[in-house]
Design a protein around this ligand. Structure first.
Ligand SMILES: Nc1ncnc2c1ncn2[C@@H]1O[C@H](COP(=O)(O)OP(=O)(O)OP(=O)(O)O)[C@@H](O)[C@H]1O
Ligand SMILES: [Mg+2]
Length: 421
């Protein structure tokens, strides 16, 4: 079992280096600082020390290792592979100028081999490329996969908006094969990173403090990678520190994410919606997460009305989450739908066991869900994509697509409960 806090305690360093000579160390340290890494992570001692150190500690995201003192670099690199955790990007350096060695090293999983003496610019280039890999692909396949931007808003606190946002982002990455960014705008209490068993890092806080720094490279560096196709920007800002921003940073982030990823999911707390209404202007889809209670009915009505007048072009998906089975409903689905004057698109049953399991594993609920809980997640991802791609085709066509999905879901839910579980 991989409880989030245990894993977070043994978290990966962004960077560690093991070098053989002072000249290389002196060149590396300032470049490390430029990247926000500690210069103390530049250790003396080459490959052997790297193997020793990594056999007892977590592997960094980027490992720089000097092969200068290694008599049999290829063999030693294989020893390193045994102690290095998957996902670490290894950059090697050495003075052996042999293309066969280079090829063999690359075949053993080395990201790059810098031949000594190398320049600071070569070093920067190789780090930039490594970070690009860590933050997820950029600019690929944009032509056939136009960007899809989705904002997820909970109408009340604790209705499960973040659960749904994280799951949707994961589904778009894993199931729809889109490089996806999850932007968690719950600056103080966000759970986007926590839910995926990641450390949020300082990226979002830095972006808010210094919006002029936000560009493509910033995005590559600041985003924390959850898996090959999902990167997260989230924060745990100190709670004594009020959020001071005119929203420029969020706008810039949205813009850069649109360039760098195939989809963006914004976890948008409802007070941020009020504060920074422009965040939904560019969203193709707004997922409004509610629950079947009186208070949530009132606020669904208000938020739907707000969306209609402030972002009429944004398609809306209404989700009822945490719906208890049996008669424990505060308000029936039918009454809820009558009050909000539109159908609920997707119903997520209440499933405390699944929620607990997902939290314990540090995985999104959609990844852990099976049986009757998997269907609504898949429907959500499909609806988001169909709404976004049918945008140019006009509302009526989009609604036909959406309705048929809803009908499918209704018929799924109508099946006997015992069978579905
Ligand atoms: N369908 C569900 N069944 C049972 N528990 C759920 C369900 N959906 C979410 N939860 C649980 O409800 C809690 C609140 O979820 P979450 O943090 O996603 O809500 P939120 O709307 O983002 O809250 P906040 O207002 O704090 O941002 C979490 O513990 C989550 O695991
Ligand atoms: Mg939340």
């Amino acid at each position: 079992m991989n409880a989030p806090f245990q894993a977070r305690a043994g978290l990966r360093d962004p960077f560690t280096a093991f070098v053989c000579d002072d000249a290389t160390a002196d060149m590396l340290r300032p470049v490390a600082v430029e990247h926000g890494w500690s210069p103390e992570k530049v250790n003396k001692g080459g490959l052997r020390n790297a193997v020793q150190s990594l056999s007892i500690s977590a592997s960094p995201n980027i490992l720089f290792v000097d092969l200068a003192e290694s008599a049999d670099p290829l063999n030693d690199i294989n020893a390193l592979a045994e102690v290095c955790e998957p996902g670490t990007i290894v950059i090697a350096t050495g003075q052996v100028n042999d293309v066969r060695l280079y090829r063999d090293l690359v075949a053993s999983g080395i990201h790059d081999y810098l031949l000594k003496p190398f320049t600071v610019d070569q070093l920067r280039d190789t780090f930039a490329h490594a970070q690009q890999i860590i933050s997820g692909p950029r600019g690929e396949a944009h032509a056939d996969k136009p960007h899809v931007m989705t904002a997820v808003v909970g109408v009340r606190g604790g209705v499960g908006a973040s659960t749904i946002a994280t799951s949707l982002a994961w589904l778009l990455g894993e199931r729809a094969h889109r490089s996806t960014a999850l932007l968690d705008l719950d600056i103080h209490f966000g759970t986007g990173a926590l839910a995926l068993d990641l450390e949020p890092g300082r990226g979002l806080t830095d972006a808010i403090e210094n919006p002029s720094r936000i560009d493509g490279l910033f995005i590559e560096r600041a985003m924390v990678r959850a898996n090959e196709r999902l990167s997260v920007l989230s924060a745990e800002a100190p709670i004594h520190q009020p959020l001071v921003t005119d929203g420029t940073a969020f706008f810039q982030l949205q813009e850069e994410m649109r360039n760098a990823f195939e989809s963006t999911v914004i976890d948008l707390p409802r007070h941020m919606l009020i504060q920074y209404p422009h965040m939904v202007h560019d969203a193709h889809v707004a997922v409004v997460v509610s629950e079947l209670t009186l208070a949530a009915t009132r606020d669904t009505i208000r938020i739907l009305a707000w969306l209609k007048s402030n972002a009429p072009q944004t398609k809306v998906i209404v989700v009822a989450n945490g719906v208890p089975s049996g008669g424990a409903l505060e308000i029936s689905r039918k009454d809820f739908e009558q009050s909000i004057e539109r159908p609920v698109d997707i119903v997520f049953p209440s499933d405390g066991k699944l929620a607990a399991q997902s939290a314990k594993l540090g995985k999104p609920m959609a990844e852990v869900a099976g049986g009757k809980m998997a269907a609504p997640f898949n429907t959500l991802a499909n609806m988001v994509l169909s709404h976004a791609t049918e945008e140019g085709a006009g509302d009526s066509k989009a609604m036909v697509g959406a309705r048929s999905l809803v009908d499918n879901l209704k018929s799924m839910l109508a099946k006997p409960k015992a069978k579905a579980a």
